[in-house]
Design a protein around this ligand. Structure first.
Ligand SMILES: Nc1ncnc2c1ncn2[C@@H]1O[C@H](COP(=O)(O)OP(=O)(O)OP(=O)(O)O)[C@@H](O)[C@H]1O
Ligand SMILES: [Mg+2]
Length: 378
């Protein structure tokens, strides 16, 4: 099991300096509002590629908003372990961060994705089913990246190519000529990376549904997932190369429309992930808050099991304020499912009593501004 055994923070949000050593696969962080619980989860989330669980600007996480800051994590992977460090980069401005693996500077974040993964559920995600597709797509991509780390590279290459295409189309709208071969070249890159992205997402959703159907979420209400993405649907009926051709032809034919809109209107960057409550057969958007949380949890639990089986280690699970929304029965189903998973989980809450069924099974930290102390669960 991949485990974070030591977390060290330097000038990180409310923590001028802190070090936490974790020994258990299940970690409870409890403390009052504003104590710094979410900050700890966020710091852990920054040990993997991406912008962390708040999607914060890099400069903003420094104490007082004044860089530099640093976070490091020691991981035990059963093979001698490794150390990940991140923080303000030396070059490129305050909003760039750098990574180190065992003290060596990393050139690409994707190297890190080969070693660590983390998935989170936060209170902000309560709006996931009401809001636009973007949040659900990012959630899906984080899950898919844990299965196929190279997806991170595909997504950024796709976005770079699309931004280039949008710039050239804007030129044509302003009456300046853009070489059609350049636009076609960017559409070609978008098609190759776009189909790679669609294939990763499609494979993950298929495997997750199968895992969920096989009962991976235990006593949890089972989610049924549906990927809504015309690019992924192409792959249902044709090989990848033909699907790339179809995407290319679609974009070549929509240059006028996209130029007028000032954006590429169709493509994998518009994909959505739809959730249905398996037991009730109703869309997640119509479910209660607790049911929605349960759907996210069952998805994340099934995913952790799937990744552990596929890659030999499960992502760290960062569950912020998750227990608070659940009734006692569902809470014990969650605790039982987490204890059975080969994944390290971090749970936060304001009330340590909520976690009392975990006494003897989880390690417990009391968080207060600027520090965290280990003590037994009440
Ligand atoms: N860059 C920063 N510098 C200093 N303090 C910060 C910074 N960013 C956030 N904080 C402070 O960190 C504190 C703890 O925030 P955090 O969100 O971790 O609390 P929490 O324990 O999760 O609380 P809640 O139970 O309300 O979710 C807040 O009081 C906030 O003002
Ligand atoms: Mg919080």
């Amino acid at each position: 099991m991949l485990r974070l055994t030591r977390l060290r923070l330097t000038r990180y949000r409310s923590y001028p300096e802190a070090e936490l050593r974790f020994t258990a696969p299940l970690v409870v962080l409890a403390g009052p509002n504003g104590a710094g619980k979410t900050n700890l989860l966020e710091a852990i989330s920054l040990l993997v590629p991406g912008r962390g669980l708040r999607g914060a600007r890099i400069s903003e996480v420094a104490t007082g908003g004044a860089p530099p800051w640093a976070v490091s994590g020691r991981f035990d992977d059963g093979l001698g372990g490794f150390e990940v460090g991140t923080g303000t980069a030396e070059e490129g401005g305050p909003d760039r961060r750098a990574f180190r693996l065992d003290g060596e500077k990393l050139r690409a974040q994707s190297e890190l994705a080969e070693r660590v993964a983390a998935v989170w559920i936060t209170p902000q995600m309560d709006r996931l089913f009401q809001e636009s597709a973007g949040g659900r797509r990012r959630f899906l991509d984080r899950l898919a990246m844990a299965l196929e780390p190279h997806l991170a590279r595909e997504v950024s290459a796709y976005e770079t190519a699309m931004a280039g295409r949008n710039r050239l189309l804007a030129q044509t709208r302003e009456g300046r000529r853009a070489e059609p071969a350049w636009i076609a070249g960017l559409e070609d890159a978008m098609a190759r990376h776009g189909i790679a992205i669609a294939a990763s997402r499609r494979a993950l959703v298929g495997r997750l549904n199968a895992t969920l159907e096989a009962g991976a979420a235990g006593d949890f209400p089972r989610a049924v997932l549906a990927l809504q993405d015309p690019a992924a649907e192409l792959l249902d009926t044709m090989p990848a190369l033909a699907a790339e051709d179809a995407l290319r032809a679609g974009w070549a034919g929509s240059r006028g429309r996209d130029a007028a809109a000032g954006a590429t209107l169709a493509g994998p960057h518009r994909a959505d992930l739809l959730f249905t409550h398996g037991g009730k057969g109703i869309a997640a958007g119509l479910c209660s808050t607790g049911e929605q949380k349960a759907l996210l949890i069952s998805t994340v639990l099934a995913h952790a099991g799937l990744i552990a089986a596929a890659r030999g280690f499960a992502p760290l699970l960062l569950l912020d304020e998750v227990a608070a929304h659940l009734d006692a029965e569902r809470r014990s189903a969650l605790f039982a499912a987490l204890a059975a998973l080969p994944a390290q989980s971090f749970l936060t809450g304001t009330d340590p009593e909520v976690f009392s069924p975990l006494a003897g099974k989880a390690e417990h930290w009391t968080v207060s501004p600027g520090q965290a102390c280990r003590n037994p669960l009440p």
